[in-house]
Design a protein around this ligand. Structure first.
Ligand code: GLV
Ligand code: MN
Ligand code: MN
Length: 392
């Protein structure tokens, strides 16, 4: 493991599961912000935190900068590499180049994007989406976490000004972005290469389905008399699996909340979060439409109701062709698509963007089991260094 990953290995780690719980504006996130700031300072880089909580460490300043970096936050019980590998590799590439006396022809910056996973407030890539303007500040700021705390309140509690949230001027100074990330899949295992280059990201989104019924006594209420929202939810999970298999898409319910949550009470509400992804936008929208139609029918049949909330939708991404080809040729690396979302996908709408993936022997991610071998991490740093040398 790269040394700096060891330095933050204990931050936000649940001792029971070994997974990370690094959620935006939480205690672990604040420690990681301090760590990032000290890494910047140790290298003499200028530290900036923008109004969205994104941190940037600048080597030089001015227009046409080459941006590197990734994110430090995690999903609940995430792995050590998803996000942090990109940041420590970026700092390591900067170290190698400066040790060689390399003088970049353009400014270089390392970014730590806030809230990439959206684990706390539900919106994926919130920090980068606010920066590009893809996400409207008022909508982000009103999002609530599981305890009912809004993003605005969480920021204010950490001394940040919610009025500063929104498009940022630094983006105009970025000429290209390269994000290194652990692979979330096994394409590189199959191609036998430690490092690959991204071609595309599948369109994906998150929807909340609130199945609403009526709470009542589990023993005293006849089965015929119930308005129980749980069976419609269960039907919807099975339908999601069927529809996704039929269309070659992905559909996941990874989070649910049941109200009031008593073993001996019929629920009044089941809220379920759907994560759906597909090879193209038409397939994704058809999957969600068909699923919601089935869910509504199942809810109506039980005298219950379904309310749908779209939490975030990310369009298909095709990374910049010339940049992708140049990097693939420089590194002689395979090119692969991914079903995972990234800040690079968000920035690609405004800036030529590329991604490097580092081999993951099991392909497992969003889990404490996520892993990359030290040699492959080192190959990632070497690859990123070569990319920076070529582009800067
Ligand atoms: C981010 O990792 C995502 O794909 O949800
Ligand atoms: Mn992730
Ligand atoms: Mn990630």
């Amino acid at each position: 493991m790269i040394e700096s990953l060891d330095a933050i290995a204990g931050v936000g780690r649940d001792p029971g599961t070994g997974g990370y719980r690094r959620h935006v504006w939480g205690d672990a996130d604040m420690l990681l912000r301090e760590w990032f700031a000290s890494e910047a300072t140790a290298r003499g880089m200028d530290l900036v935190e923008d109004g969205n909580g994104n941190q940037l460490a600048w080597w030089g300043s001015g227009p046409d900068a080459l941006l590197l970096g990734s994110h430090l936050d995690s999903v609940p019980d995430g792995g050590a590499y998803d996000g942090p590998l990109g940041i420590v590799s970026s700092f390591a590439a900067v170290d190698r180049l400066s040790a060689e006396g390399f003088e970049p022809s353009r400014p270089i910056a390392v970014a730590s994007f806030a809230d990439e996973e959206g684990a706390r407030f539900g919106i994926a890539c919130a920090g980068s989406q606010l920066t590009t303007g893809a996400l409207v500040p008022a909508r982000a700021l009103a999002q609530k976490d599981r305890d009912g705390v809004t993003m605005a309140e969480a920021m204010a509690a950490r001394g940040r000004d919610p009025r500063a949230v929104g498009r940022t001027s630094w983006l105009a100074d970025v000429g290209a972005f390269v994000e290194l990330h652990v692979e979330q899949g096994r394409s590189l295992v199959h191609s036998g290469a430690p490092v690959g280059v991204a071609s595309a990201i599948w369109p994906h989104g998150r929807w909340r389905l609130d199945f609403c019924g009526e709470a009542n006594h589990a023993g005293a209420t006849r089965m015929e008399d119930r308005r129980d929202p749980m069976p419609a939810y269960a039907t919807t999970v099975l339908a999601a699996r069927r529809l996704a298999i039929e269309t070659g898409a992905r559909a996941t319910f990874g989070r649910i909340e049941v109200e009031p949550g008593g073993t001996n009470a019929i629920p009044s509400r089941v809220s379920a979060w759907l994560d759906a992804r597909a090879g193209d936008e038409k397939d994704l929208s058809r999957l969600v439409t068909d699923l919601v139609t089935e869910a509504r029918a199942a809810a109506a049949a039980d005298g219950t109701a379904l309310h749908l909330v779209t939490e975030s939708v990310s369009p298909a991404v095709r990374f910049d062709g010339p940049l992708r080809d140049r990097i693939a040729a420089t590194l002689d690396a395979p090119v692969l698509a991914t079903g995972a979302g990234h800040d690079a996908g968000v920035l690609s709408a405004q800036v030529p963007t590329a991604m490097l993936f580092v081999r993951n022997p099991t392909g497992v991610s969003h889990s404490p089991e996520e892993h990359a071998e030290d040699d492959d991490c080192a190959a990632g740093v070497t690859a990123l260094t070569e990319v920076v040398r070529d582009l800067a």
